[in-house]
Design a protein around this ligand. Sequence first.
Ligand SMILES: Cc1ncc(COP(=O)(O)O)c(C=O)c1O
Length: 391
Amino acid sequence: MNNAIERTPELKTRLPAVGTTIFTVMSGLAAEKNAVNLGQGFPDFECDPRLVGAVTEAMTLGLNQYPPMAGVAVLREAISAKIFKLHGRKYAAASEITVTAGATQAIITAILAVVHPGDEVIVLEPCYDSYVPNIELAGGVAVRVPLTPGTFRPDFHKISAAITANTRAILINSPHNPSATIWSEADMLQLQEILAPTDILLISDEVYEHMVFDADKGQIHQSAVRFPGLAARAFIVSSFGKTYHVTGWKVGYVAAPAAMTSEFRKVHQFNVFTVNTPVQYGLSSYMADERPYLDLPAFYQRKRDLFREGLAKTRFKLLPSEGSYFQCVDISDVSDLNESDFCKWLTSEIGVAAIPLSAFYGDGFDQRVVRFCFAKKDETLNAALERLAKL
Ligand SMILES: Cc1ncc(COP(=O)(O)O)c(C=O)c1O
């Protein structure tokens, strides 16, 4: 008889500050209360059946074994051609583009590739929740610089002041989750000027690149690719999940100069090694048609406008939504609760889930603003608006 005592050894956590996130809490509450879930950022509608067909065809053709480590060549070439067409910079498919398991893996891989223990990395808060834990896993120190409360514009005085001899990298994100703001050409030029005399690398999270609204007012996505002084030091990160309504497929990519890509791939190789083959082939043939991503701003702008029109009838104060699929509102005329309690109340009592902006700050900074996601069927948005009309 085996008398061994079953005992899991005590663990010393690598990430003591990480617990259950508000996203999990809100989604659980939304399900329990049967609320309309405008909290988590993913579409509740199907992707283009042609894309599913393209992936199915790749599987049927037997493209089911390991692809090359950096991604299948045809997909890297399609990505390179797209970036050149949109932004005018040529990335070599062989040495400067890597296909990743979504943007999340791209970002942690870039950080692990370049951040050494003790290095500082500037993050602009509020920010996507993986950035800071990623930096900490690399042994780096996250230096949190706030975007200007209220407008969420970058404060270049504060960014400059945060730079030290130990700064290894800065992470930016436009269009921005959660604030739905976009960086202007002037913003990018200013960042370029600040970084020019330094060896600071840029990680530019551009997962919402194809969701920039109000083209009639001259708004475009100011990718870091367009600014040679930035592109030469940048990991450009994007996500097919966002662009093609397939967040669950977890495929994205990184474009970066060859020397940076070489370091990136050293980590990528021993991290995921590579990304699933048929989805890569499917994406590459689907990308031959540029309409799906060129039509995306109009597709989401219509949803944004529908949602904003409904919200305008409530006592929420609407913040601008320039890009991404988010809409933020100021709750101060609706409730005295803090953001987090308000979101719980809104989910339980009104039946609509939202996310507090405080979840995107290390210190839980509360400015009475919450985020809704409008990447939903019109009927879902209308159902939410009907409930919110009570406010
Ligand atoms: C700003 C930002 N970066 C990265 C990601 C992750 O993208 P992926 O699903 O491709 O890993 C998200 C997803 O919500 C995001 O909002």
